[in-house]
Design a protein around this ligand. Structure first.
Ligand code: NOJ
Length: 557
């Protein structure tokens, strides 16, 4: 397996709106990030993935871009960005930008031109179709509710938007559009960016004819994924992008790919013919979803998580590369979902950290995860800001008459604002995030959960992460080792080994509130204790021991 810097790195994701506000307007900004570079350096991360900072009307907090080459006013200026990048590079931190090119904003100049008339030169940058007898061109639903089509009165055609109607899909069939995308990628790489996280990149190629989706529910709109996930020309476009742009730079790429399977993972990330370095898959995030999908949250089973993770670990070993994540700006806080955000918050946050960082792949830490930040439980919809959440609420409560409290319960579990509450820097007003009024309410646990407190406590979750990041630099087995699952059927304990070059790591993690007996094969004995989240753990591995609630222990054998 080839050595690559991005395999040895740990990535930290910044959601700029919620990270740190330097000018008191209640919105995080780029200068705010620069102010915190020493904090990131202390943690020891290698790469920052920065969610979009480009000009945007913020229908979807920057994932609707109106100018790909300029910085959003609320976030600052291009000079601020350059200063931030310099500060990162001086500290040996690389910067990965967000590339959102499945769609733009409807306020992008391309779209304002395109909607002027059918023969406008930019018309074909987007996907336009005639309606069918007063209905949209097909029955596809949008990810954010309702039809995936919006009627444009002026030109009397519909345009496609897989996300909000302010996020029209770009037409990748158009060579000119593709050239524009490649140019803007070069623009940022030439300015010194070190790579891209590619937003829903496997949705860019749509099946010609845009066929109706199979009707699987009584809703007016259906899941059209068969006709746009890993579409027919997806590979061709990505090969072209590699030839035109990526092959000319030492850039890291991670593709966000809904519905990706390990087969896709191999195809897209292998070293010979892959198109990205690694991808974000969603299977393990969906382990809590019931038959009704994302908002139908159900108790989850550890054995299901084991199956999914093990499949990805084994399939990609030696043939591709995993990205390892349990949180991002679209997901709830991992300690609230997979751990315990009350009594065992610290123990379970550390357990999840160790369990994830010893798997094979590049680990991602989402801002605040290193503090064990938790979900929020706002009791009024007025306190929420996320478009997906608000649309779902509107549809369920206003249109279908679902009980408000049931909908709020679902939002408490899965809403995207759980991850977007301001970063908790200290126990001062607004958690030190802003001197103004924060754009989204701060989690009320900030007096207890904050960076200042973490930095002054050598046993904090922060230093636990710092140690994991440091170990990665010292132990090649963390990067190269193969993966073997033990105790497959156990519903409380997740136990695995990683082996490489005569070294074996044994990782044992208790995902439950119970004290459990850990019984290992006789040969797993001895070695030395490497990582633990409780005191009083044996320095050598014994094949029979107890695991306390959310305990994790890692031995080097
Ligand atoms: C995935 C992003 O992570 C999410 O925040 C966004 O809403 C959609 N893609 C659309 O860009």
């Amino acid at each position: 397996m080839a050595q690559q810097w991005w395999k040895e790195s740990v990535v930290y994701q910044i959601y700029p709106r919620s990270f740190n506000d330097s000018n008191g307007d209640g919105i995080g900004d780029i200068k705010g990030i620069t102010e915190k570079l020493d904090y990131l350096n202390e943690l020891g991360i290698d790469v920052v993935w920065l969610s979009p900072v480009y000009k945007s009307p913020n229908d979807d907090n920057g994932y609707d871009i109106s100018d790909y080459r300029n910085i959003m006013d609320e976030f600052g200026t291009m000079e601020d960005w350059e200063e931030m990048l310099k500060g990162m590079h001086q500290r040996g931190i690389r910067l990965v930008m967000d590339l959102v090119v499945n769609h733009s904003s409807d306020e992008h100049a391309w779209f304002t031109e395109a909607r002027k008339s059918k023969d406008n030169p930019y018309r074909d940058y987007y996907i336009w179709r005639d309606g069918k007898e007063g209905l949209p061109p097909n029955n596809w639903g949008s990810f954010f509710g309702g039809s995936a089509w919006e009627y444009d009165e002026e030109s009397e055609e519909y345009f496609l938007h897989l996300f909000s109607k302010k996020q029209p899909d770009l037409n990748w069939e158009n060579e000119k559009l593709r050239e524009e995308v490649y140019d803007l990628m070069k623009f940022w790489l030439d300015k010194g960016a070190d790579g891209f996280r590619m937003d829903v990149i496997n949705l860019i190629s749509k099946t010609p004819g845009l066929p109706d989706a199979e009707v699987t529910s009584d809703s007016a709109f259906q899941w059209g994924g068969d006709y746009f996930v890993n579409g027919p020309k997806f590979m061709d476009y990505m090969i072209e992008m590699n030839e035109e742009v990526l092959s000319k730079y030492d850039a890291m790429t991670v593709g966000e790919m809904p519905m990706a399977t390990p087969e896709d993972g191999k195809r897209y990330t292998n070293e010979e013919s892959g198109i990205v370095n690694m991808l974000f898959q969603f299977e393990h995030m969906d382990v809590t979803s019931g038959p009704g999908g994302k908002w139908d949250q159900q108790p989850w089973k550890l054995t299901d998580l084991k199956k999914i993770i093990s499949k990805w670990q084994n399939e990609l070993h030696g043939t591709g590369w995993n990205s390892l994540y349990m949180e991002n700006h679209d997901q709830p806080r991992s300690v609230s979902v997979f751990g315990d955000d009350q009594q065992y918050r610290v123990e379970s946050a550390k357990m999840l950290a160790a369990w994830l960082h010893f798997l094979q792949g590049t680990p991602y830490i989402y801002q605040g995860q290193e503090l064990g930040m938790t979900n929020v439980y706002f009791d009024s919809i007025e306190d929420y800001e996320d478009i997906e959440t608000l649309n779902m609420y509107q549809e369920e409560v206003m249109e279908k008459g679902t009980k408000t409290e049931d909908v709020l319960k679902a939002i408490h579990k899965k809403g995207r604002d759980n991850a977007r509450t301001p970063m908790q820097w200290n126990d001062q007003e607004h958690a030190g995030f802003t001197t103004g009024t924060p754009w989204l309410k701060v989690n009320e646990n900030y007096p207890e959960v904050n960076a200042q407190k973490a930095l002054s406590d050598e046993n904090s979750i922060f230093y636990f992460y710092k140690n994991l990041i440091r170990l990665r630099k010292e132990l090649p087995v963390m990067i190269h080792g193969d993966y073997q699952l033990l105790l497959e059927e156990n519903e409380n304990l997740y136990v695995y080994t990683r082996s490489y070059d005569g070294t074996t790591l044994l990782v044992a993690a208790n995902f439950s509130k119970e004290t459990c007996e850990l019984k290992l094969p006789e040969i797993l004995n001895g070695g030395k204790l490497l990582v633990h989240n409780y005191s009083g753990v044996a320095n050598q591995l014994h094949n029979e021991s107890n695991m306390r609630p959310y305990e994790v222990k890692v031995y080097l054998l």
